[in-house]
Design a protein around this ligand. Structure first.
Ligand SMILES: [Zn+2]
Length: 345
């Protein structure tokens, strides 16, 4: 089958488009094989190409965490799914048996595996996943939208709804609008009735965010975001900050927070090591929280929002043979929304 993979770590030049990747087989009774129609990229994919500490490369295994397509075959124990169903994938595969899985907190699973990182991914014509990782695509949504939806939206959903517990009427600051998680967080916060401030280094992206309903926008290259936030909130600050940038933004995130504020992170694209002023933390009684991916309950809540009309912002669509261009677009940081790879013509 056709697939996009790497055989060695490095830059985007390591990406190989192959025509003869092995077709995956059903191995467990609860497996499902899906013919992928569209996949979508995440920043994670760039980390996988570069090499993630502790994760061993499977040479030639397809990359890609997000995908959507049509069920091709199901194992003997699978119920409620059949060949021909239009589905999307939950990119996180959990053991369903460890202490965290038994509590329903699947992203903490001790054997947690992400498609395209710890097991074969979605940038291929076919994939095999447990049936529990498959959900029907709501009527009216395209394969491109369905592929662009899960990882970023699930991540943002857990961050805002479960971890930070953002409430209607609260104010949230989101760094780096244009990235998948930032845009999903923006949409979820607006849908909830929160006041949403966003930043970007690009005035063009800020104009687009404004058109989508952002309440205030800041250029983090030319403006002191924390001071602007305090000025706009009567010196109070925001209730929640979504910070996936890390080293470059963390100090400003803490300065932008109100008393009892929460900062939630799912990554640090500018670097992982940050400094937190404990005086600011204890005096303002701040909460710093980490988050990654989401559990089944959050996935289903997010799917209900998808069925209700929530749609990811799609930046661009590439063909699988042109996958390297899709990765270049991702690495450029110029995108506004998800980069989709069309696998079936
Ligand atoms: Zn587990």
């Amino acid at each position: 089958m056709r697939a996009l993979s790497i055989s060695a770590h490095g830059g985007i030049e390591q990406l190989k488009y192959t025509l003869d990747a092995p077709e995956p087989q059903l191995t467990a009774a609860d497996d499902v094989r899906v013919n992928i129609h569209a996949a979508a990229l995440n920043h994670l994919d760039l980390f996988v190409v570069a090499g993630v500490p502790g994760v061993t490369l499977s040479p030639g295994a397809p990359l890609g965490a997000d995908g959507a397509g049509i069920v091709d075959a199901v194992g003997s124990a699978v119920t409620g799914l059949k060949a021909g169903d239009r589905v999307l994938l939950n990119p996180g595969v959990s053991c369903r048996n460890c202490e965290f899985c038994r509590e329903g907190d699947h992203p903490l699973c001790v054997r947690y595996a992400i498609l395209g990182e710890h097991r074969p991914g979605t940038l291929a014509e076919q994939i095999v996943v447990p049936a529990v990782n498959v959900r029907p695509i709501p009527t009216g949504a395209s394969f491109e939208e369905a592929a662009a939806f899960p990882l970023a939206t699930l991540t943002a959903w857990r961050m805002l709804m479960s971890r930070a517990q953002l409430k209607s009427g609260e104010t949230v600051l989101i760094w780096g609008i244009g990235g998948g998680v930032a845009l999903a967080a923006f949409q979820i916060a607006k849908r909830l009735g929160a006041r949403v401030f966003v930043t970007s280094g690009s005035d063009e992206k800020l104009a687009r965010a404004k058109a989508l309903g952002a309440d205030e926008v800041f250029n983090h290259h030319t403006q002191d975001v924390a001071s602007e936030v305090r000025a706009l909130t009567g010196k109070r600050g925001v209730d929640v900050v979504v910070d996936n940038v890390g080293a470059k933004t963390w100090e400003r995130s803490l300065r932008a927070l109100a008393k009892r504020g929460r900062v939630v992170t799912c990554g640090g694209t500018s670097g992982p090591l940050v400094e937190s002023d404990v005086r600011r933390m204890f005096w303002n009684q701040l909460t710093l929280m980490g988050s990654t991916m989401g559990n089944d309950r959050e996935f289903d809540a997010m799917m209900a929002a998808f069925a209700d009309g929530l749609r990811p912002v799609v930046d661009s669509v590439f063909g699988l043979a042109d996958g390297r261009s899709a990765f270049q677009r991702l690495a450029s940081g110029e995108q506004f929304g998800k980069i989709v790879v069309r696998v079936q013509a």
